[in-house]
Design a protein around this ligand. Structure first.
Ligand SMILES: [Zn+2]
Length: 246
């Protein structure tokens, strides 16, 4: 039997037994832990407040034969604003769906937790447009999962930039106007290419610091969304709810 503590955030909960919950916790370095929270549905339980989606805090677990139990949760941030706004909630739930699909259950890059928490903070504080947060999350999580698109220069001739630039979603590659092959490559405004380069290559502390005119945000989103789906060969179900909330 192993006891350990880690910080993490609850991605989802499921009902089990008479008063118990199963919680899925994205931890800093141990991936997503699926654990039983005994009695957590009872309002008298000390786990009750913490065993809920989007609660970030300090978790204490016990593991025996591959089965995890939560012993204690000390909530530090509950992202309450998500519960008051359908658009924010549906985007946050979409992020959770991506994490549940892409993060392993044994280990994780600490940057994943940081990316998720930062995205939730900015979303709750109305600091950035939802579409910008969505695009950053989609593309950066692809990078963190080992699927960085090749955006340095044209994949054929090495040209950094030509007046017209093209992106091939299936290859994750960029092409200049001389090398692009229709219809596989799609013409993308250079400002969107610059935004994608920023999301892929910037230091984490600068990740959300870029400008893109509002009219181009949907183009950026279409690219990051299709690229993420292509990387994981998966259609994320909750994306529909987000679009319905716009
Ligand atoms: Zn080229």
């Amino acid at each position: 039997m192993e006891k350990f503590e880690t910080d993490g955030v609850v991605l989802k909960t499921g009902v089990t037994g008479e008063a118990d919950l199963i919680v899925y916790v994205l931890t800093r370095q141990r991936g997503i832990i699926r654990a039983f929270a005994k009695g957590a549905r009872s309002t008298k339980s000390r786990l009750h407040a913490g065993a809920a989606a989007f609660v970030y805090g300090a978790f204490s677990f016990t593991e025996k034969n591959g089965v995890f139990h939560v012993n204690d949760i000390v909530p530090q941030e509950v992202f309450f604003a998500l519960r008051l706004d359908l658009q924010k909630l549906s985007l946050a739930q979409y992020f959770c769906e991506i994490l549940l699909r892409t993060v392993s259950d044994t280990e994780s890059d600490p940057m994943l937790l940081r990316l998720f928490l930062n995205s939730l903070h900015l979303l709750c504080g109305d600091k950035k447009p939802a579409l910008m947060l969505k695009a950053v999350f989609e593309l950066r999580i692809a990078v963190l999962s080992g699927y960085a698109p090749a955006l340095v220069a044209c994949g054929q001739c090495g040209e950094y930039e030509t007046p017209l630039m093209f992106f091939d979603v299936s290859e994750g590659a960029l092409y200049c106007e001389n090398c692009a092959q229709a219809p596989r490559s799609e013409l993308i405004p250079v400002a969107v290419i610059s935004a994608m380069r920023h999301i892929v290559f910037s230091e984490f502390s600068d990740l959300f610091r870029f400008q893109l005119e509002d009219a181009l945000l949907p183009v950026l989103n279409r690219m990051t969304e299709r690229y993420l789906m292509q990387c994981f060969q998966h259609r994320f179900r909750l994306l529909e709810f987000f679009y319905q909330s716009l």
